[in-house]
Write a protein that binds this ligand. Structure first.
Ligand SMILES: [Cu+2]
Length: 130
C-alpha cells in the first residue's frame, strides 16, 4: 500500500512538473531577499504584479526538489501590485516556489526555482522559529 502511494506521489510530481514549466514570459515576478537565501533564516519573498493583473489573494508554496517539507502562506498586500511574506528556509539546496495570484475564479500560477545556501542538513528543524 505504501509503495503504491509513493509511486503515485512520484507520478503526481512529474505531472506537476510538466504543468508548471517555467517560460520566458512570466506573468509576474518573484524577488527573494537576500538573493541567495540562507538555511535557518526567515527570508523575504516579494511578488510584483503588472498593472493588468488584479489579485484578491496571493499565495506562495515552497518545497525542495525531490524532498517533502513544504512551506506555504498567504502573502501580505503592501499595495495592489506588491505582495510580501517572510518564510523560513529549512535547508540548503534546490528549492522551488509556486505562486498563485487568485482573483475570483481566475488563478494565475507561476513556478520559480531558487537555491538556498548554508550547511546541508538532514534535519529540517528551524532554529529561529518566530
Ligand atoms: Cu530538504
Amino acid at each position: 500500500m505504501k509503495k503504491i502511494y509513493v509511486l503515485f506521489m512520484i507520478i503526481a510530481s512529474v505531472l506537476l512538473g510538466c504543468t508548471n514549466e517555467q517560460n520566458d514570459s512570466s506573468a509576474f515576478s518573484l524577488q527573494i531577499s537576500p538573493e541567495l537565501p540562507q538555511a535557518g533564516e526567515f527570508e523575504l519573498f516579494t511578488v510584483t504584479l503588472p498593472n493588468d493583473l488584479e489579485a484578491e489573494k496571493v499565495t506562495i508554496y515552497l518545497n525542495m526538489e525531490g524532498m517533502d517539507h513544504p512551506m506555504e502562506g498567504t502573502m501580505k498586500e503592501e499595495n495592489p501590485f506588491t505582495y510580501t511574506i517572510e518564510l523560513p528556509i529549512s535547508m540548503a539546496g534546490q528549492w522551488y516556489a509556486i505562486v498563485r495570484v487568485i482573483n475570483g475564479n481566475e488563478v494565475v500560477t507561476e513556478r520559480f526555482d531558487f537555491e538556498a545556501s548554508g550547511e546541508l542538513s538532514n534535519d529540517h528543524e528551524i532554529s529561529k522559529m518566530k
